[in-house]
Ligand binder design. Structure first.
Ligand SMILES: [Zn+2]
Ligand SMILES: [Zn+2]
Length: 338
């Protein structure tokens, strides 16, 4: 099989590799669709994200879907020919976090395309049965791949406990901001405002149901958000935005940090957090939401097709990463189809 391998910074080569053999509790999957994620671009450009460093050749890609072509001897719920989305983080299933359902916090999670675990820019992958989810006929492989980022949005909405008619402000209209927008709408939020500096991304936000879009390079967010909102979602990762988030939450409101910042320490108004009694929530990936994400999509409550702007074959994985990195004014999600 072919695999697109990150050899060193800014260098991906197509390699021939052995097709892996599924263990007894695994399925062998022919990968059909892989979304390019910001984290893939980080590893491609810098060879590291924080303490995760690429020390040997690595296959990137973790947002993926494909077809089951072989099953292990103990697999019961999937069969050859099933179309599936793969949840890319496999936890230990034994620690206290796993046992209490917060398996995204498992210290031993093996997450695709996080060194040293290979990812999905390849033709075949083996994957445990319990982290593979069948796709209904009306969901395409490309949409199946984007169940991964959609899960981040849904998990964020759940952690914020969105209630009917809650007002929401989202910073960042990239892929994660746009799935968070759709998730909070599906969970019953009222008015949703979204802020970015990119008009193309804001036009997508409007298409996907934002009540008001604000281009913060031209307009002041303060002019629109006078009384504060119930929940602020930070999905830009921009440090100056992060330090202002608390200002836009109303008394008793919440601020949810989804975007990873490039710096560890960022100034924030601590007195405002106390005097407004704000709840601050961190988000790390997701847990127990894949099935729900697929159901919401299959029932037409969210739209992932609108996010897909470009497609590349596996041989052009490097071009796909370069394109996604350099064309934020005209692309949202770039897909690689092995
Ligand atoms: Zn991702
Ligand atoms: Zn665990």
């Amino acid at each position: 099989m072919k695999a697109a391998v990150l050899e060193k910074v800014k260098k991906i080569s197509i390699e021939e590799r052995e097709i892996p053999k599924p263990k007894e509790d695994e399925v062998l999957v022919r990968i059909k669709s892989v979304g390019v994620c910001g984290s893939d671009i980080h590893y491609y450009n810098e060879g590291r994200i924080g303490s995760f460093v690429v020390e040997k050749p690595l296959v990137l890609g973790h947002e993926c879907a494909g077809e089951v072509v072989e099953i292990g001897s103990k697999v019961k719920t999937l069969k050859v020919g099933d179309r599936i989305a793969l949840e890319p983080g496999i936890p230990c299933r034994r620690c206290i976090y796993c046992k209490t359902g917060r398996y995204n916090l498992c210290p031993d999670v093996a997450f695709m395309a996080t060194p040293p675990i290979d990812g999905a820019f390849t033709e075949y992958i083996t994957h445990p049965e319990d982290f593979a989810f069948r796709l209904p006929d009306n969901v395409s492989f490309d949409e199946g791949a984007l169940i991964e980022p959609l899960s981040v949005g849904i998990y964020s909405a759940e952690r914020a406990i969105i209630r009917p008619e809650d007002t929401v402000l989202i910073f960042g209209a990239g892929p994660i901001g746009l799935v968070t927008l759709q998730a909070v709408k599906a969970y019953g939020a009222g008015q949703v405002f979204i802020v970015d500096i990119n008009d193309f991304r804001l036009s997508k936000a409007r298409e996907l149901g934002a009540d008001l879009v604000i281009n913060s390079s031209l307009e002041k967010v303060e002019d629109y958000i006078k009384d504060g909102v119930d929940v602020v979602f930070e999905a830009s990762g921009n440090s100056s935005v992060i330090s202002q988030t608390t200002k836009f939450a109303k008394r008793g409101g919440k601020v949810v940090f989804i975007g990873l910042a490039s710096e560890d320490y960022i100034g924030i108004n601590i007195n405002e957090i106390s005097s407004k009694e704000l709840d601050l929530l961190g988000i790390f990936r997701y847990a127990n939401v894949y099935k729900k994400a697929i159901d919401l999509l299959a029932r037409g409550k969210v739209d992932l097709k609108t996010l897909i702007t470009h497609r590349f074959p596996l041989e052009k994985t490097q071009e796909a990463l370069e394109f996604a990195d350099k064309n934020k004014d005209k692309c949202i999600k770039v897909i690689v189809n092995p």
